[in-house]
Design a binder for this molecule. Structure first.
Ligand SMILES: C[S@@+](CC[C@H](N)C(=O)[O-])C[C@H]1O[C@@H](n2cnc3c(N)ncnc32)[C@H](O)[C@@H]1O
Length: 526
């Protein structure tokens, strides 16, 4: 394997030199054909793409020798027929594309009324050149540090098209590093295209930019030289506080209540049979209580797990076979949850309670859990036990921020701790009075919500469906009080406490002030 890697490196260096391209620093990438995913709505385009790759592969082998065997032909079923705007995109390291260009005034004629209405409802930016929606999908899909490059019509540099596409990429943390502002499409189509390459929320801000082949100081969303608008960055003080819960990978770890209770009668199993909180429980069960149980050995070695023989037998019987089939670490560490999240465990170890939140859904919900509970990987975890932090996270300000960072697909929320929590500026210097007011409002809100949930035997989703229809006036009052207390803690007028756009704009400006050192930020103390 090592030999193959160094051989590949040698060939890629030769290739770069032959083409007169700079040799990229660091380990050189090698992409097996099977690692490519792609979509086109036309079956024939999918076939052409596959054949082109096979032919290109053959040519590369002729020039540079075999990396993968040319025959049998690499399996390319990941290049498939699909409407890329209506389908989930696979997780990838890099996104490249040449999406279709259809002008805003032609889309309705070409794709029909239903499609246009669907675009409007889904992306909520009106009708822009069709290629613009691919920028949104890509931006929503990308993790920090990932890269994308898309061709589009050059119209995307202008007005509403830009606002719906390139501005959106930059608002979500994208930095355009390399672009062609406008060039005539080399094919038959009478269009001028732009090419935009960007990196999403890079840890270290890029220092080199290339526009139309020339080095520049930065690239705006109009694809001109200059600095783009502020892209919120991750705040150092927020680091190490937000997590995703544990991922079992093996249904055999899960237990029903009766079996769990029985196992808990044996003191050797204490702390290793834990209530298991799923996102469904958080949103739908009374008081967001877990409804299932899980066998959890944390990161302990097998010899320690063996001191709970009954639990280990269950895992051996119900989990190990499928883990062994999967191979690798899944097989080697078969008794452990696949992602036991040791950093999360350490962060909440000394807390009597911690905050959980939904990662997807129609609403962003927060709730308290105790250390007994094992949160699932569909649940977000915030390592904080104080009512002030909970109050800010349950307020309109944070909700607006969460939605702004979220996917617009299916109009559901997608909360990602890396982009949403880590960039969110908490009030920087609230007076102790303002802090207490937020804490008090949070306590009252959560107590009232729990009481209503228990009284009615319903979870948060059902409760807030009634709330939306006008029920629970006192809960409305408590939310309003919390939102105003939070706005005050930021030093903002209470008149903006419900104004999502204004809150996001102010939070974004505050993020910039913190990052540039204009404002001190240590919301949880130094
Ligand atoms: C500009 S061409 C690019 C073709 C090819 N990918 C290339 O780079 O040469 C745009 C392609 O998008 C495809 N297309 C149009 N609407 C699509 C959609 N909703 N989802 C996926 N592909 C679509 C068209 O069939 C066409 O092949």
């Amino acid at each position: 394997m090592r030999n193959l890697e160094s051989e590949l490196k040698r060939r890629m260096v030769t290739l770069a030199e032959e083409k007169g391209l700079p040799v990229p620093p660091g380990p050189l990438p090698y992409y097996p054909l099977s690692g490519l995913h792609g979509m086109d709505i036309l079956p024939v385009a999918v076939l052409i793409a596959r054949i082109t790759l096979w032919m290109g592969h053959r040519q590369m082998i002729e020039t540079h020798g075999p990396a993968e065997d040319p025959l049998p032909l690499a399996e390319l079923s990941n290049l498939r027929r699909a409407d890329a705007l209506r389908s989930a995109w696979p997780a990838t390291d890099v996104i490249i594309g040449n999406p279709p260009f259809i002008g805003d005034r032609t889309i309705r004629r070409k794709l029909g009324d239903d499609y246009v209405e669907w675009l409007k409802k889904t992306f909520r930016v009106g009708v822009i050149d069709l290629s613009g929606y691919w920028f949104r999908r890509a931006a929503e899909q990308m993790e920090p540090g990932q890269r994308a490059g898309l061709v589009s019509t050059n119209t995307l540099r202008e007005n509403k098209h830009r606002q719906g596409s390139l501005d959106y990429v930059v608002q979500r943390g994208g930095v355009i590093t390399d672009a062609v502002s406008s060039q005539k499409w080399p094919g038959d189509a009478q269009v001028h295209v732009s090419i935009t390459n960007w990196v999403m929320s890079p840890e270290d801000p890029p220092t080199e930019f290339t526009l139309d082949g020339e080095p520049v100081s930065g690239i705006t969303t109009q694809l001109r030289e200059g600095r783009a608008g502020w892209q919120p960055k991750r705040l150092a003080a927020n680091k190490g506080r937000s997590f995703i819960g544990c991922q079992p990978t093996g249904d055999g770890f899960l237990l029903g209540a009766d079996e769990a209770q029985k196992l808990l009668e044996d003191p050797r199993n204490a702390g290793r049979v834990r209530p298991y909180l799923t996102s469904r429980d958080l949103a739908n069960s009374v008081d967001s209580a877990p409804t299932r149980w899980i066998i959890d050995f944390g990161t302990m070695p097998l010899e320690d797990a063996a001191s709970s023989p009954a639990l280990l037998d269950i895992v051996r019987l119900r989990v190990r076979p499928e883990r062994e089939q999967a191979g690798g670490d899944l097989a080697r560490l078969w008794w452990q949850l696949w992602r036991p999240r040791p950093a999360m465990r350490t962060a909440i170890a000394d807390l009597d309670r911690y905050i959980v939140c939904t990662l997807t859904g129609k609403r962003f919900f927060t709730a308290w859990q105790t250390g007994l509970t094992c949160p699932s990987n569909a649940v977000g975890v915030i390592a904080a036990d104080d009512d002030f932090t909970m109050g800010v996270l349950s307020s309109r300000a944070h909700d607006a921020w969460a939605w702004w960072w979220s996917s617009t697909m299916k109009s559901d929320l997608r909360y990602t701790p890396t982009s949403t929590f880590q960039t969110f500026p908490f009030p920087t210097a609230p007076s102790s009075r303002a802090r207490d007011r937020v804490a008090e409002a949070s306590r009252e809100l959560h107590e009232r919500r729990s009481a209503l949930s228990r009284e009615r035997g319903i979870g948060l989703t059902a409760l807030y469906n009634l709330y939306d229809d006008g029920a629970f006036e006192d809960l409305h009052d408590r939310h309003r009080e919390l939102d105003e207390a939070v706005a005050t803690a930021y030093g903002w007028p209470v008149t903006i406490a419900q104004d999502g756009d204004e809150l996001v704009a102010r939070l974004s400006a505050l993020n910039e002030q913190i990052i540039t050192g204009e404002v001190d930020y240590s919301p949880w103390g130094p």
